[in-house]
Design a protein around this ligand. Structure first.
Ligand code: PLP
Length: 380
């Protein structure tokens, strides 16, 4: 049987064999609890420290600013709830196209959604107007997981710094932090938090060819944050529980590989996604590629096939061995039109005619040629 064409890398990436190799000893001979005091356990603890230091180096951070979590959902919850619980009379602003793991915790607090343009980019003027003296946290993702739109983080950092200066002059002691969910950015973008200027960042092992249920929250030293999970005091008391040593060693190796190759992989995927969109426009003129032409991650393509039913089209593609998505993997399991597509102004019927193709390390020209052939057969 022919190998399926996998075009859902935004939902999950396969574990890289080198990552698996790095993890293997921690399932067997190096199984010890890193908090134990005998030599073998201390060695495991040192290995974990090294992994944390490697991650910190890529993020331009100090090792004690890196908190291991069970995935990006937990890192996002820790960022939103952990900060907002410390400032009960504060408000937060999050973009309207955030992942549910930001929107749901944000909903527990007072705040508002920052609108986005038709291309899925945060409206900076609206953001400026929406910041009040009570705003303590802003959360805007680096790359949107349905459209691939790359958000203007550096411009938002400049706005936040301006607000800090104004507050200083007005003797308003409330902090204002900027968090970014970088779950979709690790393979293709620089994650150096110092160069970016963000205060908090979430990452996800399962999207960078590492293990699922591993993640990291970076939180700068001046960020006041409270734990959501209390117990033995691991992770600087911010996330208790015996560490997932094999998972975090794997995360560190995966991040290392992803960050070393991000510029090269960006170029390779840009060529592939340009080819796909040009061919699509030529062969299926009615198809509409959503998201921005310029500030877009090349691993994500959101395409509307007017008049089609995206679930049926996705199943028909699956029958032909092509795996793609009808939106994000999470909203795919519910019968709702995507909040991201509705935030960019697509009507529910149009959103339900939209598929997401996401590319990754294994994607080839031939995969895309086959997908285009199948799409022509099924939609023309
Ligand atoms: N944030 C973004 C942008 C994502 O794309 C995802 C997963 O699709 C998550 C957060 C949540 O990741 P996980 O379900 O692995 O915790």
């Amino acid at each position: 049987m022919k190998k399926p064409v996998y075009l859902d890398y935004a939902a999950a990436t396969p574990l890289d064999p080198e990552v698996l190799e790095a993890m293997r000893p921690y399932f067997s001979e190096k199984f010890h609890n890193p908090s134990a005091v005998y030599l073998a356990a201390r060695q495991v603890s040192q290995d974990l420290d090294k992994a944390r230091a490697r991650i910190a180096a890529w993020l331009g951070a100090r090792p004690f600013n890196i908190y291991f979590t069970a995935g990006a959902t937990e890192a996002n919850n820790l960022a939103i709830q952990g900060v907002m619980r410390g400032f009960p009379d504060s408000e937060l602003l999050v973009s309207a196209i955030e992942h549910e793991s930001i929107l749901a915790p944000a909903n527990l607090f007072k705040g508002n959604l920052i609108p986005v343009s038709r291309q899925g980019i945060v409206e900076l003027d609206a953001l400026k107007r929406m910041i009040t003296p009570q705003t303590a946290l802003i959360s805007v993702m680096m790359v949107n997981n349905e459209l691939g739109s790359v958000q203007p983080i550096k411009e938002i950092v400049a706005i936040v710094r301006g607000v800090r200066d104004e507050r200083k002059a007005a003797k308003n002691n409330r902090p204002i932090y900027l968090h970014t969910d970088a779950a979709q950015a690790g393979n293709l973008f620089d994650l150096h938090t110092h160069r970016l200027g963000v205060d908090l960042m979430s990452l996800n092992g399962g999207k960078i060819y590492g293990p699922k249920q591993t993640g990291v929250l970076f939180a700068g030293s001046d960020v006041e944050i409270k734990p959501l999970i209390v117990g033995g005091g691991q992770e600087g008391n911010l996330r208790s529980g015996t560490e997932n040593v094999a998972g975090f060693i794997g995360f560190s190796k995966a991040l290392d590989m992803a960050q070393k190759s991000h510029a090269q992989e960006f170029k390779r995927l840009t060529k592939l996604s340009d080819y796909f969109t040009e061919e699509l426009r030529a062969k299926i003129p009615a198809a509409i590629v959503n998201g921005p032409a310029k500030h877009c991650s090349p691993h994500l393509l959101s395409v509307t096939f007017p008049g089609s039913d995206n679930e049926r089209l996705m199943m028909e593609l699956d029958e032909r061995g092509i795996q793609c998505a009808v939106g994000s993997a999470c909203s795919a399991s519910r019968d709702e039109a995507s909040h991201v597509l509705s935030a960019i102004g697509l009507e529910a019927a149009v959103a339900r005619a939209t598929l997401r193709f996401s590319l990754g390390r294994g994607t080839t020209d031939e995969d895309l040629r086959g997908t285009l052939r199948a799409l022509c057969d099924l939609t023309l």
